[in-house]
Write a protein that binds this ligand. Structure first.
Ligand code: XMP
Length: 516
């Protein structure tokens, strides 16, 4: 891995909401990139011998007391530096240029025109649409810098010291609202920093397999397989590395969606030939949840029971030394970005809280990957789209989408309706690209209807579909009326027990994505 990571780009985080996106864009171009806290030590930030540095944007003004600074060792390294927004102001300020404090923010789309003088921009059309989001602006670039682009509001939309390979842009090349942004980043990587594009799924897989073998040796590894993307890809990768030494436990708690338990067994046991123990615990879970309607209580019961069932199965196995987890980079990045030491990062435990007699060393092969990279690795490993492109699904499963009595019959009703919704979204080409999460919720409400000549008195179903990038905020998906009409008709006709379908048009906030 060290070889794969060497010669990439260190992204220095100054607090922009887009910092992670910078690293993702770089990696999409085949170059390894990692995000570091701006107050990280030189040894830590330089651990993979980066070919260059990108300084992210951030909310501060360089003149503010306590504003984050540019580490001296970065300037002294002589390596290329690319400052974005606050990063550009910081570079300017650190090298003796003038930054003008401003009380007004320039926010939104802008057009820039650039000069044909720099490897950063000269391959692009002379007029570019870019996304601005900044307060302060450059008044006077440092010595050695020349203006490379202007906007209506700024004579220094981009600046550069070409000999010393230092650049700054006032706009955000990492966001999709800057259509040529990726080309600008690519120019920095390949024409300024001379990076190799060696960060590819195949290279990652080969490297990862070698590392897993080295870590595990002849020993045994255990994995809790949920069928979700992360554990599925982690499991498949580990299985490639050590085959029979991996045992997976899949707990079927009866709260999964239609066909999911069967799919997990088919894909991982029958197609991938993995050692898979499928535990049917439906009865245990439903008994424990009988009469429970309070959402937090449901979560607690399910979390604890899951650990109990998993531990019981694990104890039956002899000689396990390692526990594999599908931890991914965003799980570890947040606290790392605010800390001097990468070792204090939070570890996310998919199977957290195991009892004392079941303590294992962790194997976390996806720890360096963003979600979109995990999906690419899954595809490269031959996993089917249905697994690789699964939407996030909460640990407590359908228990928090089946409001009111949690009976097998109501769960089956919910599963059937949810399946129709997903089927129609997929048929309409909207499952993957238009909605980030989409599902049905069975409500504990009955309403009157009429079917044929008969009065009905049955339950109400809510459909929920949201768009979001980060699941912290979300908007309800503007699904076509035709599609909603088809889903509604099919559900009322095909699923007994439901006579009314509603569509949830609440954004988050104030709503949450789930109903419980
Ligand atoms: P909310 O409902 O809080 O959901 O807007 C945000 C995201 O988190 C998922 N979610 C959960 N995931 N255990 C999980 O593993 C939970 O208890 C849980 N509750 C919500 C939800 O599906 C959405 O993706």
């Amino acid at each position: 891995m060290d070889d794969l990571k060497r010669g990439g780009i260190a992204v220095i985080d100054y607090g922009s909401q887009y910092t992670q996106l910078i690293a993702r864009r770089i990696r999409e171009l085949g170059v390894y990139s990692e995000v570091f806290a701006h107050d990280g030590t030189a040894d830590h930030i330089n651990q993979h011998d980066p070919a260059g540095y990108i300084l992210s944007g951030g909310p501060n003004s360089v003149y503010e007391k306590g504003a984050p600074t540019l580490p001296r060792f970065i300037l002294d390294s002589g390596k290329p530096i690319f400052g974005i927004c606050y990063g550009m102001q910081l570079l300017t300020h650190s090298l003796g240029g003038d930054v003008a404090a401003s009380t007004e923010r320039e926010y939104g789309s802008a057009t820039i025109t650039h000069t044909p003088d720099s490897p950063l921009l000269d391959s692009l059309e002379s007029e570019l649409q870019v996304w601005m989001s900044h307060g302060d602006r450059i008044e006077q670039p440092p010595d050695g810098f020349i203006p490379l682009a202007q906007s209506e509001n700024s004579p220094y939309a981009a600046i550069g010291d070409i000999d010393n390979k230092r650049y700054g842009v006032q706009f955000h090349p990492e966001v999709s609202h800057t259509p040529q942004g990726s080309a600008i980043i690519s120019n920095f990587l390949f024409r300024v920093c001379d990076c190799d594009n060696k960060w590819t799924p195949t290279a990652f897989i080969d490297d990862s397999i070698a590392r897993i073998r080295e870590q595990v040796g002849e020993k045994q590894v255990l994995l809790a397989l949920s069928g979700g993307v992360d554990s599925a890809v982690a499991g498949t990768l580990i299985h490639r590395a050590i085959g029979e030494q991996l045992t997976c436990i899949f707990v079927n708690h009866g709260l999964l969606r239609k066909n999911e338990p069967e799919d997990v067994v088919r894909v991982f046991r029958d197609e991938q030939h993995m050692n898979l123990i499928a535990v049917n615990s439906i009865e245990t879970f439903l008994t424990a949840l009988d009469g429970v309607t309070e959402p937090e209580q449901k979560r607690k019961i399910i979390g604890k029971l899951f650990i109990d069932v998993f531990s019981e199965e694990a104890r039956k196995l002899q000689g396990i030394d390692f526990l594999a987890q599908g931890t991914i980079y965003p799980d570890v990045i947040e606290s790392a970005a605010n800390s001097k030491s990468a070792k204090t990062i939070k570890s996310h435990h998919n199977v957290g809280g195991l009892p004392d007699d079941l303590q294992f060393e962790l194997v976390e092969p996806l720890r360096d990957l963003f979600k979109d990279e995990v999906r690419k690795i899954g595809t490269a490993l031959g996993l089917p789209d249905a697994i690789v492109w699964r939407q996030p699904f909460p640990g407590p499963g359908l228990a928090i989408r089946c409001l009111g009595d949690l009976t097998w019959e109501r769960l089956e009703t919910l599963r059937a309706a949810d399946h129709i919704f997903i089927e129609e979204l997929r048929a309409g080409g909207m499952l993957r690209d238009t909605t980030a999460q989409s599902f049905a919720v069975l409500l504990p409400v009955k309403s009157v209807g009429v079917m044929g000549d008969n009065r009905t008195y049955e339950e109400v179903l809510a459909l929920r579909a949201v768009t979001t990038d980060d699941f912290m905020t979300a908007d309800w998906a503007r699904l076509p009326y035709d599609l909603l009409a088809r889903v509604s008709t099919r559900i009322v006709n095909e699923v007994s027990g439901i006579n009314r379908v509603t569509y949830d048009i609440t954004s988050k906030p104030p709503g949450t994505i789930e109903w419980e």
